[in-house]
Design a protein around this ligand. Structure first.
Ligand SMILES: Nc1ncnc2c1ncn2[C@@H]1O[C@H](COP(=O)(O)OP(=O)(O)O)[C@@H](O)[C@H]1O
Ligand SMILES: [Mg+2]
Length: 256
C-alpha cells in the first residue's frame, strides 16, 4: 500500500464515529451522562461495564434507533439525527436480544431482512447461503428458529447483521449467555471480520472478550466513561487484569 494512502487510512481524520457530550435521559433518569469518544476506521472498540452502565443506550443512539437528549453524534460524518437512513444503510447491528422471526426459516430470516436494504430476492438467496456458510449454519438453512440452539441463534443474528456488507458492525453483548465453545466460535468470526477491516463496535461485561478482541475499550460506569485505552495499556498502568482495573477505577466489580 502506498505510504500516503496508509497514513490517510491510519490518520486521526478517519474517526468514523464521533460523540461529543452525548447525553440520554429516560424520564428523568440520566442513562448516558455527557460522554465523548471517537472510533477509528478498522478499529475494534469495546464498551465495558456492568448491567445498567448505559452501553445499550449508546449502541442504540449510534445505530439511529433513538435520538440523543443532548450532545452530538456523527457516523461517517453524518449526524445521527439528520441522516439516519444513510447511516443505517452502511451499518450492521446485532442486538442484545434475539429478535429473529420465529415463523420464518433460517434462510427466510436473512432474505426478509435483505429486503430492508433493497436487495433482490435472487441476490438475497445467494447472499444468505454465503452468510450461512460463514457462520457455519449451512446445515440449518431450512430449519425453524426454535430448532436452533442459543449459540446457533447468535450466529444467525451475526449473519443477519452482515446482510448489507456493513462498514461498521455494532454488536451488543454478542456472546452473553453462550457456553465457552459457542463464545469462541463467535470470537473467531469477529476476528475474521476485523482482519477484513470491518470496524467493530461492541459492548461486553466479559473482560476476556474485551482483552481478546478490542483494540481499545471505554470503561463505563453509571452513564460515564471513566477511561479509554487499549486493554494492554490499562493493565500495565493499573496492574492486574481488566477486572482489577475496573474495580480500581470504579470501586465496583463488573459482576455488579
Ligand atoms: N427504554 C428505557 N426506559 C427507561 N429506562 C431505561 C430504558 N432503557 C434503559 N434504561 C435505563 O437506563 C440505564 C442504562 O441502561 P442500558 O443502556 O440498557 O445499560 P447496559 O446496556 O449497560 O446494561 C439503566 O438504568 C436502565 O434501567
Ligand atoms: Mg445492555
Amino acid at each position: 500500500m502506498p505510504s500516503a494512502l496508509c497514513n490517510e487510512i491510519k490518520g486521526p481524520s478517519l474517526d468514523i464515529v464521533i460523540a461529543q457530550k452525548l447525553i440520554k435521559d429516560y424520564d428523568g433518569l440520566r442513562a448516558v451522562d455527557a460522554i465523548d469518544f471517537t472510533i477509528g476506521k478498522g478499529e475494534c472498540f469495546g464498551f465495558l461495564g456492568p448491567n445498567g452502565a448505559g452501553k445499550t443506550t449508546v449502541m442504540r443512539i449510534i445505530s439511529c434507533f433513538m435520538p440523543p437528549t443532548g450532545g452530538k453524534v456523527t457516523v461517517f460524518g453524518t449526524d445521527v439525527t439528520s441522516g439516519p437512513s444513510e447511516i443505517k444503510s452502511r451499518i450492521g447491528v446485532m442486538p442484545q436480544d434475539n429478535n429473529l422471526d420465529p415463523d420464518l426459516s433460517v434462510i427466510e430470516n436473512l432474505i426478509v431482512y435483505a429486503r430492508y436494504f433493497n436487495i433482490r430476492k435472487s441476490d438475497a438467496l445467494r447472499l444468505g447461503r454465503v452468510l450461512l456458510e460463514f457462520v457455519e449454519l449451512q446445515d440449518k438453512t431450512h430449519a425453524k428458529i426454535d430448532e436452533l440452539s442459543g449459540g446457533m441463534k447468535h450466529r444467525l443474528l451475526l449473519a443477519r447483521s452482515l446482510v448489507n456488507n456493513p462498514e461498521i458492525l455494532i454488536l451488543d453483548e454478542p456472546t452473553t449467555g453462550l457456553d465457552p465453545h459457542s463464545r469462541r466460535a463467535v470470537w473467531d468470526k469477529l476476528n475474521h471480520l476485523k482482519k477484513q477491516n470491518t470496524t467493530l463496535l461492541l459492548t461486553t461485561h466479559y473482560m476476556e472478550e474485551a482483552e481478546k478482541l478490542c483494540d481499545r475499550v471505554a470503561i463505563m460506569d453509571s452513564g460515564r466513561i471513566v477511561t479509554v485505552n487499549s486493554p494492554a495499556d490499562l493493565m500495565k498502568q493499573h496492574g492486574g487484569n481488566l477486572e482489577d482495573v475496573y474495580l480500581k477505577l470504579t470501586g465496583r466489580s463488573l459482576a455488579d
